[in-house]
Design a protein around this ligand. Structure first.
Ligand SMILES: Cc1cc2nc3c(=O)[nH]c(=O)nc-3n(C[C@H](O)[C@H](O)[C@H](O)COP(=O)(O)O)c2cc1C
Length: 184
């Protein structure tokens, strides 16, 4: 049974699920927005990703998924390291700038080098700098698993940038509870 947007209730298919429909339904799962940075020197670059998730605390592993045609794939594989930058509600333009084929250069945003030598965005809410430990094929994407070797919270007082139904926006300012990372 199929209904069209916006009234999707149930959809069952003998064949593969339509990619657009899958994207629409997955778009109902709220995520943050990150820029993955990798590469050193001339090769340093970034791409916008919301497929980040934490995996394991011991060892400290995280992952993100990258389309196999992304130019960042080779950069991450050759560098053997990457950083995950959690964007703030004020960084929607940064997110769009790193989401196109003619993506922004790192020179256009404030950044500094992390322990692995890859750049991190100096105005991100937080960042995780990772050593690449594994890459798995996942359909038309590659799943990159990294071990966190350095982390930081440059802008703890900002709201996160969130992604929902294909749009980005910031959360309303809320009273924050005490938290060891924010409050030391
Ligand atoms: C909010 C948002 C989330 C995205 N998440 C992903 C992702 O998880 N994986 C991915 O491969 N592309 C993702 N993209 C698309 C890439 O940012 C975009 O295709 C890419 O920057 C362009 O190609 P490049 O990787 O060769 O620069 C996302 C785009 C946006 C706007």
């Amino acid at each position: 049974m199929t209904t069209t947007q916006p009234g999707i209730r149930h959809h069952r298919s003998e064949g593969p699920i339509d990619g657009k429909l899958l994207r629409t339904v997955c778009g109902l799962f709220v995520t943050g927005v990150t820029v993955i940075t990798s590469g050193t020197g001339e090769q340093a670059s970034g791409t916008t990703v919301n497929s980040f998730t934490s995996v394991s605390l011991d060892p400290s592993l995280v992952l993100f998924c990258l389309h196999k045609d992304s130019r960042m794939r080779q950069v991450v594989e050759e560098t053997g390291a990457y950083a995950v930058n959690f964007l703030t509600g004020r960084q929607e333009q940064v997110a769009w700038a790193f989401a196109g084929r003619h993506t922004a250069t790192l020179a256009s945003v404030d950044h500094h080098l992390s322990a692995t030598g890859v750049p991190v965005l100096s105005r991100a809410m937080a960042y995780l700098s990772c050593r690449l430990v594994n890459a798995f094929a996942g359909g038309d994407h590659t799943i990159f698993v990294g071990e966190v070797v350095e982390l930081g919270v440059p802008c703890p007082d900002q709201d996160p940038l969130i992604f929902f139904r294909g749009s980005m926006g910031s959360l309303e300012e809320e009273q924050r509870g005490t938290h060891p990372i924010f409050d030391g």
